[in-house]
Design a protein around this ligand. Structure first.
Ligand SMILES: [Mn+2]
Length: 319
């Protein structure tokens, strides 16, 4: 996998790095790190970074002004030699899809359980990697790119974001070894954790309050869920809110539903027991996916309808 992908990078004169919908700390860190590594390893390669959305303000410190994150809809589609999706699958690119499809070669670097190899020409996939940036570190080592501080910071940002500072199950010995190596470059651990995780917009903290206030308890407490509507979520970041619904005594599954315009609901699931969230998400919507312990989907219907369908699926898995 790593050899084929490396060959594709080495042959590309123009490279497109694409982030999936709902850019998070891992996607942004992975893209920033690959862009930097490529500029060291293949300085003549022309690199462009695209996503459906504008880079969220909290991640702007990871952006190299020489390699800015561009909004896909504002850039003409030109076929790049290689287009790479990081930390997500080609089905979740929004307006960046046309750019990806137009490329001469397509690749993905991802750690989601539901990532499918046959959608692309080359791939580096590992569902046991704690973050996509952990895979990017492997690539940097394979390419012989030395770890400098900005490169290490981007990789570390993804690592702490996806593991919630090494709290989750995918934190394994290689993860902590990688973290130690990254720290040794002199990156500021406390600053990075604060920027990518701890610092929350006031609007999000208030929304969390409303979510907790409205929490519903099902299956004798094994599933806890809440729904938020479109109006109260407009302009508010909702990523990570669902985490507050799963670490409650006796709870195994947390679910957050955010109603979007036109009868669509964004479903986020978290599990800490035997329930496989990726399987539930895929049973609810073909486009659903993620990890065993964290997954999501965008589903047609109302929040109440989606909640009922998920409940049936979770109950089936709980047996
Ligand atoms: Mn990730």
């Amino acid at each position: 996998m790593i050899h084929g992908l490396t060959r594709a990078f080495s042959e590309a004169r123009s490279l497109l790095l694409i982030g999936p919908l709902d850019l998070d700390g891992d996607a942004v860190g992975a893209i920033a790190a690959v862009a930097r590594a490529v500029s060291v390893r293949w300085p003549d390669c022309h690199v462009r970074i695209l996503a459906d959305e504008v880079l969220p303000a909290r991640y702007r410190f990871l952006e190299d002004p020489a390699q800015p994150f561009l909004q896909a809809a504002e850039i003409p589609v030109e076929p790049a030699d290689l287009a790479v999706v990081l930390d997500g699958d080609p089905g979740r690119l929004g307006t960046a899809t046309a750019h990806f499809q137009a490329a001469r070669k397509r690749a993905m670097i991802d750690h989601h359980k539901t990532a499918e190899r046959d959608e692309v020409d080359e791939a580096l996939l590992d569902p046991l990697a704690a973050s996509t940036t952990e895979l990017v570190l492997q690539l940097c080592d394979h390419w012989g790119v030395p770890l400098d501080r900005p490169l290490a910071a981007a990789i570390y940002a993804g690592l702490v974001f996806d593991t919630h500072v090494f709290r989750y199950r995918l934190t394994r010995p290689p993860t902590l070894r990688a973290a130690a190596r990254l720290m040794e470059t002199g990156i500021d651990h406390a600053f990075l954790v604060e920027r990518v995780l701890l610092d929350q917009p006031m609007s999000k903290v208030r929304l969390r309050g409303r979510m907790l206030d409205r929490m519903q308890v099902e299956l004798e407490g094994r599933l806890v869920w809440a729904a938020l509507d479109e109006a109260e979520c407009t302009g508010v970041e909702t990523g990570g809110l669902v985490d507050d619904l799963v670490f409650i005594e006796g709870t195994e599954v947390g679910m957050l539903l955010v109603e979007r315009a036109a009868g669509r609901v964004k479903l986020s699931l978290r599990s800490r027991g035997g329930v496989d969230c990726a399987r539930v998400a895929q049973a609810i919507a073909a486009s659903g996916g993620g990890h065993a312990r964290a997954a999501g989907a965008t589903v047609e219907g109302t929040a109440a309808e989606v909640a009922t369908r998920v409940l049936v699926e979770v109950e089936r898995q709980l047996g």
